[in-house]
Design a protein around this ligand. Structure first.
Ligand code: URP
Ligand code: ZN
Ligand code: ZN
Length: 488
């Protein structure tokens, strides 16, 4: 047997189910051995006193993405994945975003080209479908799914992105036929438009009114509607970025009824609040995302949902826009909340913030931290066990944490291009000091050692999570007349 490329000795190793002390032997990019007193490696890393977790899997982030209004977000694949790597995330699932009238196939090819140029961590794509024309669903979607893009996102709100209920059903049905997970941005479009109009007509334009314009009932309503569609067609769904107690309750009930409904929340909904937008002038724009930041009671409900499994994972929803004329202020120095791009940077700090908020604070244990930041997203999006765990044969994507390091998050540029962080001033305990991707040390002593374009595409089939349960609504039962016709 050739020697190990790297042996990491004596760390506390955390998976989603176990916590133990051992050595890790890495060879050819994978974990080749887990044990005691492993033979020498070409490189030896002494890690006693450190914690090792799987590299983070950030299953929802917007990278080098063009908005429906033609604004490019602040990050390239190089800058966003550099930031991800520094924070201990070694796999990302950003979007290939279709716009009205465009070809989904072309869009996916364009995002591939951008990622091949820049990515330093491994990646897959969710396709954003905004224009589900017949030829898109019939001719473009099936080969794209077969080529490894087995999840897509639909918007129930945003003027130029959302799909109507009937289109949502069309896409869900196509997804069901081809084995694709459907992820949904669930907020009630009419409620948001109505609230926004009332506010703007009365001169309430400041960033803080963004929160008021996205009523919590709008999230619960749309989540409930999406679940009803999923139940009708027996199509598994992932509800993205849940922010409210009410929405968590709706998902809890649906899962209790045995429906195949998954849900995520994001770092910002757990750690930031609506009061963060209460700043003078335009400053609150730095905390503007959709759904908006909510209240303490919502945060408690989200934490509770993570503890009891109603929510399976925490993503960053990294959507970076600079606080200047290239980003949040593209419509001038004093835009109304309706004219400000939605989204926060968060790809870099997701893992350290959650390590602190879950593990260092004692709120949840290391295994749960690993589950929600790496294992669950890898499993749900069918990247597991290659990604998201520490096991013999898995990719050696690893994060070495110093659990005692205390770091104050400074304002100012991080490794992404947003130019600010909404978490400035926070002090966290626990910090990633070394990051490995496929057995290569890519971050050490605060330096990135991976070349742009060294990240790899991860083709995926839908896997277990995207499989229908076989329990269609009675109206679509294939044993009955109409159901049989539908499946022809
Ligand atoms: O405000 C956010 N989250 N912007 C990104 C787009 C989305 O809806 O996820
Ligand atoms: Zn969304
Ligand atoms: Zn998003």
């Amino acid at each position: 047997m050739p020697p190990f490329d790297i042996v990491i000795r004596g760390a506390r190793i955390a998976t989603a189910t176990d916590l133990f002390t051992a050595d890790l032997g890495l060879r050819d990019g994978t974990i080749a051995a887990i044990g005691r007193n492993l033979s020498a490696g070409r490189r030896e890393i002494a890690a006693s006193g450190y914690v090792i977790t799987p590299g983070g899997v950030d299953a929802h982030c917007h990278i080098e993405q063009l908005t429906a209004t033609g604004l490019m977000n602040a990050d390239t694949f190089e800058s966003a994945t550099r930031a991800a790597a520094h924070g201990g995330t070694t796999t990302v699932i950003p979007f290939a975003a279709q716009h009205l009238g465009s070809s989904l196939e072309k869009v996916v090819a364009d995002y591939h080209a951008a990622a091949e140029r820049g990515a330093v961590v491994d990646y897959a794509f969710h396709m954003i479908v905004t224009d589900p024309r017949c030829e898109v669903l019939r001719d473009e979607l099936p080969p794209l799914v077969r080529a490894g893009h087995s999840s897509l996102k639909l918007f129930m709100t945003y003027d130029r992105l959302r799909v109507e209920d009937e289109q949502l059903l069309d896409v869900m049905w196509a997804a069901r036929l081809h084995g694709c997970m459907v992820c949904i941005h669930a907020e009630n479009h009419g409620m948001i438009r109505w609230m926004s109009r009332q506010l703007l007509e009365r001169g309430y334009t400041a960033p803080r009114y963004h929160v008021v314009s996205h009523p919590r009932y709008g999230e619960a309503e749309a989540v409930n509607r999406a679940i009803a569609f999923s139940a009708l067609l027996d199509q598994p769904i992932m509800l993205f970025h849940l922010s409210t107690r009410e929405a968590v309750e709706v998902v809890h009930r649906a899962r209790g009824e045995g429906l195949k409904v998954f849900a995520e929340t994001c770092t910002q909904y757990l750690l930031l609040r609506s009061t963060d937008l209460d700043r003078p002038g335009i400053e609150g724009a730095m905390w503007m995302c959709s759904p908006p930041l909510r209240e303490t009671a919502d945060q408690e409900a989200l934490w509770h949902g993570l503890a009891n499994g109603t929510l399976q994972l925490v993503s960053s929803d990294h959507a970076p826009y600079r606080m200047d004329e290239t980003g949040k202020l593209v419509r001038g120095p004093n835009p109304s909340f309706k004219e400000i791009a939605n989204g926060l940077p968060g790809i870099e700090l997701r893992m350290p913030l959650l390590f602190d908020a879950m593990v260092s604070s004692g709120r949840m244990d290391l295994c749960r931290f690993v589950e929600v930041t790496a294992t669950a997203p890898a499993r749900i999006y069918n990247l597991h066990p290659k990604k998201g765990t520490i096991a013999v044969g898995a990719d050696a994507d690893l994060v070495l944490w110093d659990p005692t390091a205390e770091v104050t998050i400074e304002q100012g540029p991080r490794h992404d291009n947003a130019g600010y962080t909404p978490y400035a001033g926070r002090r966290v305990r626990g910090w990633p000091v070394m990051v490995l991707r496929r057995g290569e040390v890519i971050v050490e002593k605060g330096e990135l050692r991976a070349a742009p374009g060294s990240g790899r595409f991860l083709p995926r089939t839908g896997g277990e999570a995207a499989k229908p349960t076989g329990r269609l609504a009675p109206e679509l039962d294939p044993a009955r007349n109409f159901g049989a016709v539908l499946f022809d």
